[in-house]
Design a protein around this ligand. Structure first.
Ligand SMILES: NC(=O)C1=CN([C@@H]2O[C@H](COP(=O)(O)OP(=O)(O)OC[C@H]3O[C@@H](n4cnc5c(N)ncnc54)[C@H](OP(=O)(O)O)[C@@H]3O)[C@@H](O)[C@H]2O)C=CC1
Ligand SMILES: O=C(O)[C@@H]1CCC=N1
Length: 281
């Protein structure tokens, strides 16, 4: 679709609507991967946040989304779910003539909601990244609607791939599960690090030492799981000597219902995503 009055969209250029934490991580990854600053615009109402993005990454920052999307071939919607409807409705007239590729990283919000708020007929990819994107160690799930072309799928994947692992998800409702697993997941592991650190400090270890050991243990376990090729359960068994210390700890976890608690927590996050979508219309 085209409109002679609209600028020809440059498929290489991307406009971020919202320049907060996640946008900053994704912009950083794009810049590190060689995307020119001139190909990135950002709409961000908070002046200090916008100025920092311009300083750190050389990108053009605007206070209004309409200016940021001017000529962009891809729009990354990176605002909070609660403001997404008004943001989309504000942008709709400026995008209507050319229907660029839309990416949304908002938790919960469904593609049909984003598309409807923009006026309808858009290629939309729903993405769920996570904060380790900041250091290129992120994990993103992606789901595309039928209007997304193969070239646009590649483009969406390339935008997220600079910040870590990308996985296409087969059904949109499973994007809420991805949110409950990897979107929110960094917080679960960070909580585990905090709890391990506190437990060791309670037994007398210096906090700095306890934190360093807890962090390195989490990192080491994750790297082992990623690089060894064995299933996590097999790797766990290698740590667990019969009648030994690990066995004693794992028994305590089982007695406390750790696995069941994790399932309840992931279900709560998944369900909250669905609820937010319902609440926001
Ligand atoms: N944080 C995370 O771990 C993850 C977050 N997400 C999703 O990413 C999205 C952004 O989250 P996050 O980066 O954490 O949030 P932030 O609050 O850090 O970023 C959102 C930014 O958007 C700005 N903003 C508000 N209104 C507008 C507007 N009308 N036009 C342009 N910008 C606007 C906000 O400014 P101001 O603060 O002044 O309102 C803020 O700087 C959310 O939808 C969230 O669900 C997805 C995966 C992981
Ligand atoms: O907590 C949230 O709602 C966002 C989405 C995933 C991680 N943070």
């Amino acid at each position: 679709m085209s409109n002679p009055e609209s600028p020809i969209p440059n498929p290489g250029s991307i406009a971020f609507i919202g320049g907060g934490n996640m946008a900053r991580s994704l912009i950083g990854a794009l810049r590190r991967g060689g995307t020119p600053a001139a190909s990135i615009t950002v709409a961000e109402p908070n002046e200090a946040v916008g100025r920092q993005l311009a300083t750190d990454f050389g990108v053009s920052v605007f206070s209004d989304g309409i200016e940021a999307v001017n000529g962009a071939g891809t729009i990354m919607l990176s605002v909070k779910p609660q403001v997404m409807r008004s943001v989309c409705e504000h942008l709709a007239p400026a995008l209507a003539g050319r229907h660029p590729l839309i990416l949304s990283i908002a938790a919960g919000l469904r593609i049909d909601q984003i598309d409807r708020w923009l006026g309808g007929g858009y290629p939309v990819v729903r993405c769920m990244p996570n904060t380790p994107a900041l250091i290129g160690a992120g994990a993103s799930g992606l789901f595309a609607n039928d209007a997304v072309s193969p070239a646009q799928r590649e483009r969406a994947q390339a935008i997220l791939a600079g910040s870590g692992l990308t996985v296409w998800i087969e059904r949109e409702d499973l994007m809420d599960t991805v949110t409950g697993l990897s979107g929110s997941g960094p917080a679960y592991f960070l909580l585990m690090i905090e709890a391990l650190e506190d437990a060791a400090v309670d037994q007398g270890l210096a906090r700095e030492t306890a934190r360093a050991l807890a962090i390195q243990t989490c990192l080491g376990a994750a790297r082992l799981a990623a690089e060894d090729g064995e299933a996590p359960a097999r790797l766990r068994e290698r740590v667990t000597s019969p009648g030994g210390t690990t066995h004693a700890a794992l028994q305590a976890f089982a007695a406390g219902g750790l696995r069941e608690l994790v399932a309840v927590a992931v279900a709560a996050a998944t369900e909250r995503g669905r609820e937010m979508a319902e609440e926001l219309g």
